[in-house]
Structure formats: C-alpha cells, structure tokens
Design a protein around this ligand. Structure first.
Ligand code: KIV
Length: 266
C-alpha cells in the first residue's frame, strides 16, 4: 500500500510516481490492478461526471459520496480528496469538512491556494490530517484568473509561486500539486521543497504526475489540453483496454517517457 512514506522515499530515490483522478468503484478497482500509486478524487468531477463548466458547483456531499465509492474499492493507492470551492474559507468549516472526507476514506486532503492556507495546513497537520496544496492554475479561482491560463510566467509570478510553495511546506503540507506552470519553475519548486511534488502540465521534473482519468482515456469535451496524452489508443496499449491504458501510464511515468517535451509549457 502506498503511503506518504512511500512517496517521500520515491522522491529521495528519484522514482517517478503516478496519480489519476477517480470517482467511482469500478475504475478504482482497475487502478488497483494497474498499481497506480495515488488516486485523487478531484472536484474535476464537476466537469467530467456532472457536466458543469467549472468545479465551482461541487459540494462537500458530492466529494464525500465519490470518495467513499473509490476508497472501498482500492486497497493499494494513497487516496487524496479535494475540499471543494468555498468549503475551507473559515477554519471551523475546513476542519469539519476535512473530517468528513477523511472518514469517507481519504488519506490526504487537497486544497487550492498559497501562503494564505498556512494556518489551515498547520491546524490539520496537528489534528492528524495531511494536506496536499495545489498551486499554479487552481481551477477554483478560474474567475480570479479570467480563464484557465498558464500561471507563474515572468519573474514576479514565479518568485511568488516558489515562496508560496516553501511557506505551505514550512507550515506542514505533506504534498504539493503544480498545475499548468512553466517546466523550469516546476523543476525549481520540486528541488526547493522536501515534500513530493505532483505535476500536471508542469513538465517532466516533478516527482509525480497526475492526469484527469477521462482525459487520458481520450474522453475530452472540447479542446484537448496540451499536457494530455491518450493512453487508450496509444499503440503500446496492445490490449486496447482501459486496464492496459492505466498500466501504460504507470509504466510511462515510471520510466520517464511521459510527459514528453510536447506536453510541457515554457
Ligand atoms: O480536480 C482535479 O482533478 C485536480 C487535478 C487536475 C489535479 O485538481
């Protein structure tokens, strides 16, 4: 079973690890079989499961329901679950909602933001709840960004992201996710912090990689993001199966062939 200690060892040894989003039991079983290292019950379910155009409508009840469905069907992965939009603005709300996700089967709570999360990160860590802080393109802030845009470009933005990452790790964050940032910035953050860093659209130098499951199975509504690869129709998936796609993703991340140059931003 993958734990935070496993991921810390992976970082130390330079072993790249995988994460996929997952929202239900059958896919959780298939990911178990493919030995996907970590699973994220992402609030991206608002888009790929519920059909919304952002993650904002997702509720804590939705997250608890999907986390429980996944957790009861996967014994091997470290399970991360998102606190959804506006469910962690106040400390009491954040604590109550984190408890619900942990009791549903999450091992780590993921939250979006920067240094403003430090007090919450420390409070949860002291209460036995590890956090993963998601930086860069944080989809819950789409209305602040004015769209889904690359973050951390330019010296000032890069310096801010790097110092936010260091601050939340100093506050006790156990993991980081970096989304849609230039590859050299993601590399700098990964080297600067002691905890494992998971990237999506962040180049090949983060410790782990995450993709939205539907994206990597070629189920994309609208424009295909640059960082996505379709592992289902990849010719190396000789069984043409979903299990085969998961196994190929696991193998490609481990051996360092995914992500490639064309999946990253500069
Ligand atoms: O909700 C989600 O799926 C995520 C990943 C894109 C990292 O946050």
């Amino acid at each position: 079973m993958t734990t935070l200690s496993t991921l810390n060892k992976f970082k130390k040894d330079g072993t790249k690890f995988t994460c996929l989003t997952c929202y239900d039991s059958m896919f959780a079983r298939m990911m178990d079989k493919a030995q996907i290292d970590t699973i994220l019950i992402g609030d991206s379910l608002g888009m790929v499961v519920q059909g919304h155009d952002s993650t904002l409508p997702v509720t804590v009840d939705d997250m608890v329901y999907h986390t429980a469905n996944v957790a009861r069907s996967n014994d091997s992965a470290l399970i991360l679950a998102d606190l959804p939009f506006m469910s962690y603005v106040t400390l009491p709300d954040a604590v109550i909602n984190s408890r619900r996700l942990m009791q549903a089967g999450a091992h780590v709570i993921k939250i979006e933001g920067g240094r403003e999360l430090c007090e919450l990160v420390t409070t949860l860590a002291q209460a036995g709840t590890p956090t993963c802080v998601h930086l860069g393109l944080t989809p819950q802030s789409v209305n602040v960004f004015g769209g889904y845009k690359i973050q951390g470009r330019g010296d000032a933005a890069a310096d801010k992201l790097l110092s936010d990452a260091k601050a939340v790790v100093a506050a006790g964050a156990a993991l980081l996710v970096l989304e849609c940032v230039p590859a050299d910035l993601a590399k700098a953050v990964t080297q600067a912090v002691a905890v494992p860093v998971i990237g999506i659209g962040a180049g090949a130098d983060t410790d782990g990689q995450v993709l939205v499951m539907h994206d990597m199975l070629g189920m994309v509504h609208g424009r295909v993001p640059r960082f996505v690869h379709d592992f289902l129709t990849d010719e190396r998936n000789t069984t043409h199966s979903i299990e085969g796609a998961f196994a190929l993703y696991q193998q490609s991340v481990r051996e360092g062939s995914f992500p490639a140059e064309q999946h990253q931003f500069s």
